[in-house]
Design a protein around this ligand. Structure first.
Ligand code: AMP
Ligand code: ZN
Length: 471
C-alpha cells in the first residue's frame, strides 16, 4: 500500500512517514475518558482530532482497528498517583455508587460523541473488565525485577530503565509542573518518578471497588489500564497511540515504561498528541468548577457540529482558545457552507478527472500532518472551481467521510424544516378557509385564498379536497 501520510511523532519530535507494522492495517489506541463527570469541550477537542486521524487512515484505505479504554477505576486527582480517587469523588458528589456514576457518564460521553459525529471506536473496554490482565502484568513485572512492594502497594521501579523520560529532555521537575494538583510525597516510593501499579494499603479507607490480588485486596493504578487493554486487543505491537498533551507525562511515559519492560521490546511506534483547548484564563479543566459541555453549547443554541468545525479550523498541535464570539462566527460560516452545498444540483455525470484532482488535494492536506484547516480550504476552493454541480456534490460527500460535518445533509434538513413550517402554515390556512366557508363567510374564505396567493401559494378545490402548490 502507498504510505504517504506524514505525521508528527511526539516520541521522535519529528514529522515522519507513517508506516504501520502490517501493510495496510493500523492498530490504534486512544486513552478514553475518566467517567466521573461530563466530558468538557476541551476533552472533546482531543476526541474530535483523534476521530479525524482515524478517518484519515480509513480514507487513505487503511484497515483500522481502534481501541479505547474507559477509566472507571484508578485515576487519582493528580496524574502522579496522589490526591483523591476521581470516581469516588464523583460518586460522593452525586450520592451514587461508583458503577452508577461510571455507567451514566460513559453513556453521556458517547452521546456527546454522537452529536459531534465522532465514530465509536471498534473496541471500547472499561478498566474494571480487565482486572485479571492487570494482575498478570504486575506479576510479570515483579518477576522480571521491574517492580517492588512497599507499604502494601506495588510500584514500578523507574531506576531499572535506561531511559525513562522517553518523550522529552525535560527534567522530571519540569514535567511535573501542571500535572500535580496537590503536592504530596508518597514515602513508599524508592524513586520520585516511580508509580503505582497496584494499590492495596491505600489511604482510601472507603474505596468502593476492590479486588483480590496476590498482594491483598486492592485496585489497579491508572497507567496499567492502557497498557493491558491495548495489548489485549491489539497485541504486542501497536502502530499509534493517541491522547491529549497532558497525557504525555506521566501517563504515557509510564505506559511505555511498564509495557516495554513487560514485553522486552519496543511497543508503539507513533504517538499522536492533541494540544489543549484553553479559555481566556488558561487550560480548560473540570477541576476549575464551571466547565463547558456539549449540552451547555446546545442549550445556548449552538449546533455541536459548529464546535467540530471550530476544532477542524485549527491544527491539532496548536493550542486553541475558545470564545463564544468565535463560535458565533463559526455558526455563520457553517450555515453558509451547508446552504451552499444544499443548493448544488444533482444532474449530469461526475467529471472524473476533476473529482480525482480535488480528492488528491484533499488527501495531500490531510497527509501533511493532518492539516485540517488546509483540508477545509480545499473544500472551499472546490466549491468555487469550474466544474459541474454533480462533481462538487460528490466531492463534498467524499470529503465529509473525514470531516464529518454533515455537509450534504445539514442544508437539506434545513430546507425540509422550512418546508415543514410552510406545510403547517398552509394547512392551517386551508382549515381556516374551510371553517369560513362552513360559516358562509365567503369574503373571509376569499381573503384567505388571496393571502396565500400573495405568499406564492395557489389553492385548487378538487373532488378529493383542497390541493395546493407553490407558484
Ligand atoms: P480525562 O477524561 O481527564 O482522562 O481526559 C480525556 C482526554 O482529554 C485526555 O486525552 C486528555 O489529555 C484530554 N484533555 C484534557 N483536557 C484537555 C483540554 N483542555 N484540551 C484538550 N484535551 C484535553
Ligand atoms: Zn491511557
Amino acid at each position: 500500500m502507498d504510505n504517504k501520510l506524514m505525521l508528527y511523532n511526539s516520541l521522535s519530535k519529528k514529522e515522519e512517514l507513517f508506516v504501520p507494522n502490517e501493510d495496510g492495517k493500523v492498530a490504534m489506541y486512544t486513552c478514553g475518558p475518566t467517567v466521573y463527570h461530563f466530558a468538557h469541550i476541551g476533552n472533546l477537542r482531543s476526541y474530535i482530532m483523534e476521530d479525524l486521524l482515524e478517518k484519515t487512515f480509513r480514507y487513505l484505505g487503511y484497515d483500522v482497528k481502534r481501541v479505547m479504554n474507559i477509566t472507571d477505576v484508578g485515576h487519582l486527582s493528580s496524574d502522579a498517583d496522589t490526591g483523591e480517587d476521581k470516581m469516588l469523588k464523583g460518586a460522593k458528589r452525586e450520592h451514587k455508587t461508583v458503577m452508577e456514576i461510571a455507567r451514566f457518564y460513559t453513556d453521556a460521553f458517547f452521546e456527546d460523541c454522537r452529536k459531534l459525529n465522532i465514530r465509536r471506536p471498534d473496541v471500547v473496554e472499561p478498566a474494571t473488565n480487565c482486572i485479571a490482565e492487570f494482575i498478570h502484568m504486575v506479576q510479570v513485572l515483579l518477576e522480571k525485577g521491574y517492580a517492588y512492594e512497599m507499604g502494601g502497594n506495588i510500584y514500578f521501579d523507574t531506576s531499572k530503565l535506561e531511559n525513562y523520560h522517553v518523550f522529552s529532555g525535560q527534567t522530571e521537575e519540569e514535567l511535573l509542573v501542571g500535572v500535580r494538583e496537590d503536592v504530596e510525597e508518597d514515602a513508599n516510593k524508592k524513586n520520585k518518578s516511580d508509580f503505582v501499579l497496584w494499590f492495596t494499603k491505600s489511604k482510601f479507607e472507603d474505596q468502593e471497588l476492590k479486588w483480590e490480588s496476590p498482594w491483598g485486596t486492592g485496585y489497579p493504578g491508572w497507567h496499567i489500564e492502557c497498557s493491558c487493554i491495548s495489548m489485549k486487543h491489539l497485541g504486542e505491537y501497536m502502530d499509534i497511540h493517541c491522547g491529549g498533551v497532558d497525557n504525555i507525562f506521566p501517563h504515557h511515559t509510564n505506559e511505555i515504561a511498564q509495557s516495554e519492560a513487560y514485553l522486552g521490546h519496543k511497543w508503539c511506534n507513533y504517538w499522536f498528541h492533541v494540544h489543549h483547548l484553553n479559555d481566556k484564563t488558561g487550560k480548560m479543566s473540570k477541576s476549575k468548577g464551571d466547565f463547558l459541555t456539549v449540552s451547555l453549547l446546545e442549550q445556548k443554541g449552538y449546533n455541536p457540529l459548529v464546535y467540530r468545525l471550530f476544532c477542524l479550523q485549527s491544527h491539532y498541535r496548536k493550542p486553541l482558545e475558545f470564545s463564544y464570539e468565535v463560535l458565533d462566527n463559526m455558526t455563520n460560516v457553517y450555515n453558509k457552507l451547508v446552504k451552499r452545498i444544499a443548493e448544488l444540483g444533482d444532474e449530469g455525470a461526475v467529471e472524473q478527472d476533476k473529482f480525482d484532482a480535488f480528492k488528491k488535494r484533499f488527501e495531500d492536506a490531510l497527509c501533511d500532518d493532518i492539516n485540517s484547516s488546509m483540508a477545509i480550504t480545499v473544500l472551499y476552493e472546490m466549491l468555487k472551481a469550474d466544474m459541474n454541480d454533480k462533481t462538487k456534490r460528490e466531492l463534498a460527500k467524499s470529503f465529509d467521510e473525514v470531516l464529518s460535518l454533515d455537509l450534504c445533509s445539514a442544508g437539506a434538513a434545513k430546507e425540509e424544516e422550512v418546508d415543514e413550517a410552510l406545510v403547517r402554515h398552509v394547512m392551517e390556512k386551508i382549515e381556516e378557509r374551510k371553517a369560513a366557508k362552513k360559516e358562509k363567510d365567503f369574503a373571509k374564505a376569499d381573503a384567505i385564498r388571496a393571502g396565500l396567493l400573495a405568499e406564492g401559494i395557489v389553492l385548487e378545490d378538487t373532488r378529493e379536497g383542497v390541493k395546493w402548490k407553490k407558484v
